[in-house]
Design a protein around this ligand. Structure first.
Ligand SMILES: [Zn+2]
Length: 160
């Protein structure tokens, strides 16, 4: 409730006020809309907020904030990002020796290294389609290496 507290960010550094978000597909500025605009038939999603672009791209926000989850994306990019999550998330979710936050961070470090990009820039929600497709391939190789116990191919902390 930024109006009451005056706070502009939460304890995670996520913005509580609307920020400028550019479309990941066309570069145009986006604006805040509610769930009914994005998902007209989903009354259960009506309370959610999205940054949406005139080209049809959109992105959701971190719960309880107005911080976008990534860059607004169209259907093909969203599908490519979802496909990465399906193979990336199992790489860190099962770790018993670390908190979820640490396990996830380690896995992102590993992925950034595989993609040759900076850790700071490695977020699935910000990937365009070609990068997402590279990330999915890297994670599938990581999964295969893990199932064969070739622990040299993925860092031990990702394997758990
Ligand atoms: Zn756009």
């Amino acid at each position: 409730m930024p109006a009451r507290t005056g706070r502009r960010v939460d304890h995670n550094g996520h913005s509580l006020i609307e920020i400028e978000v550019r479309c990941g597909e066309c570069g145009a500025p986006t604006g805040l809309v509610d769930g009914a605009t994005i998902h007209p038939r989903r009354a259960d999603l009506a309370h959610l907020r999205f940054y949406a672009c005139g080209c049809g791209a959109y992105v959701g926000v971190h719960a309880g904030t107005l911080q976008p989850l990534g860059t607004p994306a169209g259907p093909a990019t969203r599908a490519a990002r979802t496909a990465v999550h399906r193979v990336f998330d199992p790489l860190w979710r099962d770790r018993a020796d670390a908190s979820r936050a640490v396990a996830r961070r380690d896995a992102y470090r590993w992925l950034a290294d595989r993609l040759g990009i900076r850790f700071e820039d490695c977020h699935i929600g910000m990937m365009d389609r070609p990068m997402a497709e590279r990330a999915r391939a890297a994670c599938m190789r990581g999964q295969a290496a893990r199932s064969m116990r070739r622990i040299d191919a993925t860092p031990a902390n990702v394997i758990g």
